[in-house]
Design a protein around this ligand. Structure first.
Ligand code: SAM
Length: 287
């Protein structure tokens, strides 16, 4: 099998199989060896790792991962890619392709069935239309994984790693930073994909924290408060929270002041520690 990452090989494979790219499935296939190398180095894969790959496409990244990992489980939704993957990955006996929607895949079961591996890592050149649901699906499942190396739209990566104070900072930043330490890896130009997407991409590594970044009394309640705070981000925290939670402004103002948070501030200025303090105080009041 020729090297999969060259444009001529990718074009040859898709022509031979009469494969039509699906825009709605976010199909942009990698054609650059250096980007693959960056993903592999960032993920730091060894033979004692089980790697779950999201969306293998025609198997370009999968083959490179399989050379380094103990085992690869590659989850691909598009059944038209399954015969192609069978062909491109025929020389690897450590890859299982699972024809499923990653959002419906029982990742815990996959991990439980492969218990001999020392570390579990997730890698994906993600379909851009569902980046956030995929990341939240993995993080909320609280799986025993070490890290997640993803390629995503630069704009989404910017939102994940944003600090308080800017327009990129929002519920996604808080959620990802609550569960993970974020390691920015590289900007990826749109020219390294077939077909070429409209925007640049970014590789990020998310290292799963041993315990979340802040202590909260109730995780569900914490995220409810974060979402409510950002529901009308132009408004003050007092206004957006009182309308989203349907509670009186007076009592909310008192709680904010007790938490040392000026009620006129906007959600985008609050740190994770401040969100946790506020959510914990509101939770105590609600009991
Ligand atoms: N990994 C390949 C590469 O880098 O060349 C393909 C990446 S492409 C951006 C995203 C892949 O995810 C496509 O193969 C697409 O069919 C697949 N995909 C889209 N939605 C999916 C889902 N819900 N579950 C699993 N795979 C999905």
């Amino acid at each position: 099998m020729d090297k999969l990452f060259t444009p001529s090989t990718v074009n040859k494979i898709i022509q031979e199989h009469d494969f039509k790219f699906s825009k709605s499935l976010g199909q942009n296939f990698l054609i650059d060896e250096h980007i693959i190398e960056k993903i592999l180095i960032s993920s730091d894969i060894t033979k004692s790792d089980l790697v779950i790959e999201i969306g293998p496409g025609i198997g370009t990244l999968t083959a490179a991962i399989a050379e380094k990992a103990g085992k690869v489980k590659a989850v691909e939704i598009d059944k038209k890619l399954i015969p192609i993957l069978k062909e491109t990955l025929e020389n690897f006996d450590n890859v299982d392709v699972i024809n499923e929607d990653i959002l419906k895949t029982d990742l815990k079961q996959i991990i439980d069935n492969e218990s001999k591996y020392a570390a579990i890592k997730i890698i994906g050149n993600l379909p851009y239309y569902i980046t956030t649901p995929i990341i939240m699906h993995i993080l909320e499942a609280k799986l025993p994984i070490k890290n997640i190396t993803i390629m995503t739209q630069k704009e989404v990566a910017d939102r994940m790693k944003a600090s308080p104070g800017g327009k990129e900072y929002g519920s996604l930043s808080v959620a990802v930073q609550y569960y993970c330490e974020i390691v920015p890896v590289a900007v990826v130009p749109k020219t390294v994909f077939i077909p070429k997407p409209n925007v640049d991409s970014f590789i990020l590594r998310l290292d799963i924290r041993e315990k979340p970044a802040v202590d909260v009394l109730d995780e569900g309640f914490f995220f409810k408060i974060v979402r409510a705070s950002f529901s009308q981000r132009r408004k003050t925290l007092l206004n957006s929270l009182s309308s989203a939670l349907k509670c009186s402004k007076d009592s909310l103002e008192e709680t904010l002041v007790n938490c040392d948070i000026e009620p006129k501030r906007r959600a985008e200025t609050l740190s994770l520690t401040e969100f946790a303090r506020l959510a914990n105080e509101l939770y105590k009041n609600s009991q």
